[in-house]
Design a binder for this molecule. Structure first.
Ligand code: AHR
Ligand code: AHR
Length: 511
């Protein structure tokens, strides 16, 4: 269902590198060559360029995405802070104050105007919803921006795209996604798909797939993998299954996933950590051997977040992506990856740590005398308290660090986003505290909102549940709950309640 436990092993290491990347990202804000400048200069112009976080051409200064708010149905565009720069997320924050917004359009920055609209019903699934606009707050280039977080039945499409490869023409594409918000259902895709939103046969798609769905056994490791959705199959090689026994997947919080296909007799997949390092080629070789893929028969529609026929059981994250006309060179791919890394996705938060100001990263330490070296951290999707110290692993430190966000149900209260699982928040369920991806529902928003007040034992801060205001975040037997002072459950015990609901707000273990 949600991201697998093994994912966090890789995630911690990735985060350790993030801090060094950010300074480069801030310095590169006026960078001259953004991904579509790079691909254009290499002779493979972008025919689609979508992002909710930044410009993908250094000269672009138009809108990135359109919002629609629930209160009155009004729409507004979110643009850039500067030409070639980052999203002006303040537009979203003020337009959506006191209500909720979904993303209704992700604009194409390329001259083709292949904007992505909420995908209507297709052969394999009902009409989609837009993503909740505030579900994936991240940092890019030192700025607070929003990614697009897909829960079930969310997706976008442009069914009559201009300039996108058809009938065996060559193309390339990449997206920046996340390895921590994935599942094994069909199909979290970005790329070329059918005009009719139906499965019209082998070779009628050419899209990046990223997830843990193993279409052709055996798969190596647990994923998530970069795969080629070429219709009727998520390919890791011409045969289907992976031929790369060392590629067990990429579970980093920010992943660059890439596919290119000459439309005739060659395709390749690559991925890399979007926060550091280069790309690795996972497959490069002939088209699938089954009939229909050689030559390819692409139709030139663009899909994001579902399968070609609108199978929409998948989840995923999207920050930016482009499609090109023509097969990009490896040198251009590498330059694009270097530019992505320079952004410093998910880098240190813009507000200094250790305060409850939105944007700040914190760690929450227990104040009960038993437990003053214990911090709230996630482990196996639950929130627990663990001893964390300067000698702890990078993973433990990241798991115990939380980014303070404006309350998802009430902006004068707070929500807590995981430091190493972008878009996952602390929420209670059956009164227990869990880490889960924000699905945009009213229930999730309420369950993930906490209102701070003075610590009940005279120390630090206590956090009242927004929807159960007599219940406060409490550790009990090292598990975290929302507990009332006396009540039906064992974790409501009055003994040491005041201490257990009082937390020291500390500087984060993982800034
Ligand atoms: O190829 C995998 C999926 O199969 C496609 O995305 C979808 O159209 C079909 O169901
Ligand atoms: O945690 C208490 C309640 O349990 C939550 O509000 C709800 O999501 C679940 O039913």
């Amino acid at each position: 269902m949600f991201a697998r436990r093994t994912a966090s092993l890789l995630a911690g290491g990735a985060l350790a590198l993030a801090a060094t990347v950010l300074n480069a990202g801030q310095a590169a804000e006026a960078a001259t060559s953004l991904p579509c400048d790079i691909y254009g200069a290499a002779g493979t112009a972008c025919v689609a360029a979508h992002s909710t976080t930044r410009a993908l051409y250094s000269s672009y200064n138009g809108p990135l995405y359109q919002l629609k708010r629930a209160s009155d149905g009004a729409v507004a565009n979110v643009g850039l802070l500067a030409a070639g720069g980052y999203a002006n997320a303040a537009t979203q924050d003020s337009f959506c104050t006191g209500t909720t917004c979904v993303i209704t359009v992700i604009y194409d920055q390329s001259p083709r105007h292949n904007d992505l609209f909420i995908e209507p019903a297709g052969a394999a699934g009902p009409a989609n919803a837009g993503v909740p606009a505030d579900a994936l707050p991240v940092t890019a280039g030192g700025h607070a921006v929003y990614g697009a977080s897909f829960s079930g039945r969310m997706g976008y499409r442009h069914t009559s795209a201009s300039g996108v490869a058809v009938n065996g023409q060559a193309e390339g594409m990449y997206m920046v996604t996340s390895g921590t918000h994935v599942n094994n259902r069909c199909c979290f895709d970005y790329g070329n798909a059918e005009v009719s939103i139906a499965d019209t046969g082998n070779g009628h798609m050419d899209a990046i797939n990223f997830g843990t769905e193993c279409w052709f056994s055996p798969c190596v490791g647990q994923g998530p993998w970069v795969q080629a959705d070429l219709e009727n199959g998520l390919f890791q090689s011409d045969a289907g299954p992976s031929k790369n026994s060392s590629y067990t997947g990429n579970a980093a919080p920010f992943v660059t996933a890439l596919l290119k296909n000459n439309g005739q007799n060659f395709f390749a997949t690559k991925d890399g950590n979007a926060q550091s390092g280069g790309l690795a080629t996972r497959y490069a070789g002939p088209e699938p051997t089954q009939p229909g893929y050689s030559p390819m028969q692409q139709e030139g529609s663009i899909v994001l977040g579902t399968g070609g026929d609108n199978s929409n059981g998948s989840i995923g994250s999207f920050f930016e992506g482009v499609m090109t006309s023509g097969l990009p060179t490896d040198a251009a791919d590498n330059a694009v990856q270097a530019n992505v890394v320079s952004v410093g996705y998910g880098g240190p938060s813009p507000v200094a740590g250790g305060t409850l100001n939105p944007g700040s990263t914190i760690s929450l330490r227990a104040t009960t005398s038993c437990c003053t070296t214990r911090y709230i951290r996630h482990q196996f999707d639950d929130a627990v308290t663990s001893v964390v110290s300067s000698g702890s692993s990078a993973l433990d430190k990241s798991d115990a660090s939380w980014i303070v966000r404006r309350g998802l149900a009430n902006p004068s209260c707070l929500s807590f986003e995981s430091r190493n699982y972008p878009g996952d928040f602390l929420r209670h369920y059956n009164y227990q505290l869990l880490r889960q991806p924000m699905d945009g529902s009213a229930a999730f928003r309420s369950d993930a909102t906490f209102c701070p007040q003075a610590g009940k034992n005279g120390q630090g801060t206590s956090f009242a549940s927004f929807n159960y205001p007599d219940r406060f975040l409490r550790h009990y037997n090292n598990t975290v709950y929302i507990a009332s002072n006396g009540g039906p459950d064992t974790f409501d015990a009055t003994a040491s309640w005041a201490d257990d609901v009082s937390w020291a707000v500390n500087a984060p273990w993982a800034p």
